[in-house]
Design a protein around this ligand. Sequence first.
Ligand SMILES: NC(=O)c1ccc[n+]([C@@H]2O[C@H](COP(=O)([O-])OP(=O)(O)OC[C@H]3O[C@@H](n4cnc5c(N)ncnc54)[C@H](O)[C@@H]3O)[C@@H](O)[C@H]2O)c1
Length: 434
Amino acid sequence: MTTPPTPDSASAIKAHRLRAGMVGMGMIFDETYRPFFEGVHERPLYQANFGVCQVALTAVASRTGKRAEAYRDAIRGRIGPWESFREPRSIEQLLASGVDFVCVATPDDRHFSAAKAAIEAGKHVLVEKPSVLSLLELDELDRLAREREVLAKVVYHKLLDPDHKKLRTLVADGDLLHVNNGYCTLLEPKSISGSQFAEWIRGRNPGTYVAVHYIKLIDFTFGGRLKSVQCTGQRGIVGPVDGPTWDSTQLRMIYQYADAREAAFDIHTSWVTPDNFPGYVEQEVQFRFDNGVWNGHSRKRGVECTIEGRTPIERKITMNNHYNGTFLEPWGERSQRGYGIEVLERFVREIAEVEFGGPGSERDQRLATARGLAYNDLSADRQTVAVVQAMEAILAKHAAGTPNCVVNVNGEHGGLVLYAPGCAAPEILYSGRV
Ligand SMILES: NC(=O)c1ccc[n+]([C@@H]2O[C@H](COP(=O)([O-])OP(=O)(O)OC[C@H]3O[C@@H](n4cnc5c(N)ncnc54)[C@H](O)[C@@H]3O)[C@@H](O)[C@H]2O)c1
């Protein structure tokens, strides 16, 4: 019989420690990273192969430092001490402060520079979606991560949504046979484009911001080779009707599978949905298979709640309690949990496994295993980034007066090649193979 641990022997258990640096302290920090760091501060990670691993947010970098200071005022001891660095040179200072991994949650056109600096400094990196905006950037980060022997990963939390996991399970098990086509929509409220993102919205589009969730879902769930990308959109609410800033976009991707059959997917997104819409975001998908149809509606999973004077502005009528909800647990504790937080914990577990999950002599193998996870490794993000790069190029051409371009993938002229109507000369966006 073993003796139960005494308080002294329990506290003597050796714990590993990982120090986190956070770049970007905006909306997504508040929704998912903040509850993750607060939760793991209270309950360190444990896994049989690495034991106990404490995870501490020790440094943050942001443009002005204002939200970081507001957070410091608000936390009242819920996490340990941390330093805040602001522009200029905020990331450089964060890296010099001694962190083990870095999470990048800046606006999407600033992911690359922050991730590159962190990887070059030998830190494991987690980047918000979309990882980067071009394949050349992706190649560079992947190359550096291999050279520095660190993990470079991207957050696509919708892959951890139980509904999407079920879809993938049915496909993997052969219950749903051969996807033929499908559509997805994700509509964000006007407050996102009008106030939340006003600082960086110029020249941006809601497709890169949110269609990317579904690009990845389709790519990861159904596999196949991307063949072509088309996109159009509307302007005039967020910016001028002839400007580079988009209210809504409609993206079409064509994939081909090993048996030579094709599938087409349409993804419609917007960030100008009225703010009094009953849910935070409208998310709907339909996929049609040889032998079935999958219909998913994240806003209609079952709950509608009206509170006089509060819904649908202060509180929403439909809520996603799976992504990231605040709860009073049956045992009396307050918690914040969901797949948006779970995905961050998974990443940190992957680092802990690499660093502490066995003998140092086997670190390479553990690193290779973690890199082999296609759901989040940057090396597996090629087709998703290819669609994003193609979509951005098509919208830029449209804004410059040439709508209706198409981008073909891995054709005779290169990996990513744009064709404009009435113009014989192809424009090569990426010459390597996607
Ligand atoms: N996973 C999701 O569902 C989800 C949801 C929202 C946002 N995001 C992603 O997270 C990222 C950030 O989005 P957000 O909603 O938090 O944006 P936000 O505008 O609310 O916050 C951006 C943050 O980045 C900081 N920042 C900007 N430029 C910087 C620089 N040069 N150096 C250091 N810090 C800088 C700003 O100070 C701010 O703290 C985007 O890539 C977005 O696509 C993901």
